[in-house]
Design a protein. Structure first.
Length: 242
């Protein structure tokens, strides 16, 4: 019997370490991430996660529950900071209060080179973290806003859901980092993406904490800037810049 999920070989850019003791949640996250091209190494406890960090190929992303059965996930963050300083760290916990504490700890342990992402249900908690750690990417529950937007602009919630879902092959939101030695203009890049059946939505400079949507066509695109686009598949950055 063959698996319905693809088999993705681990590489320096697609290897995710998942530390989660809930088998149902772990299985769901693993299958979802595998479907979009990641190789996921799922571990049920702290000891197993630390063992993976000792392997020859370190993960490029750490996704963990702070409350592991044999100890705190903070020790896993400490270990990955020593081995992979620029590793992306995604934290999820049982409550906003735990998320706030865990994210503050992750930021202090990983340093400015790491990309830390967290999820909040409450906007006040998200705002509090943003005041102290503007470099953290905060994902906020959009339930009420989605309802209000759907009332004002019918169908808009479905568009937003499609962009964030990996289940719609024709409307997936991707991002890329513009390479060194290839400055350009937003309008020119938008036309290049259209030629590849993709739509350029926004740009975020290396020093900014939020993207800019629909900038002027002559807006400069510099190395290190992040571009956000909608396409059926991820684009080749080198081919786009060439």
């Amino acid at each position: 019997m063959t698996s319905k999920h693809p088999v993705n070989r681990p590489s320096e850019s697609n290897f995710i370490l998942l530390a989660e003791d809930d088998p149902t949640l772990s299985g769901y996250l693993s299958s979802s991430l595998t479907d979009v091209g990641y190789h996921v190494q799922a571990t049920p406890d702290r000891a197993s996660a630390l063992s993976v960090l000792g392997s020859a190929l370190p993960p490029s992303m750490l996704l963990l529950d702070l409350g592991l059965p044999d100890g705190s996930g903070i020790t896993v963050i400490e270990a990955i900071r020593a081995k992979v300083p620029g590793c992306r760290v995604l934290v999820f916990t049982d409550s906003d209060a735990d998320t706030l504490a865990a994210t503050l700890a992750a930021v202090s342990l990983t340093g400015p080179a790491a990309h830390v992402v967290c999820y909040f249900e409450n906007e006040d908690n998200a705002r509090l973290l943003d005041q102290h750690c503007p470099e953290v990417e905060i994902v906020l529950s959009a339930g009420p806003e989605m309802v209000a937007r759907a009332c004002k602009d019918p169908g808009s919630s479905q568009v937003i859901s499609a962009l964030s879902s990996h289940l719609d092959p024709g409307a997936t939101l991707f991002s890329l980092s513009w390479p060194d030695g290839a400055p350009g203009r937003f309008g020119d890049l938008a036309r290049r993406l259209l030629d590849r059946s993709a739509t350029l939505l926004a740009i975020q400079s290396a020093s900014a904490t939020m993207p800019t949507f629909n900038p002027a066509s002559d807006h400069a695109v510099l190395p290190g800037d992040r571009l956000y686009y909608v396409a059926s598949a991820r684009l080749d950055v080198a081919a786009l810049a060439g």
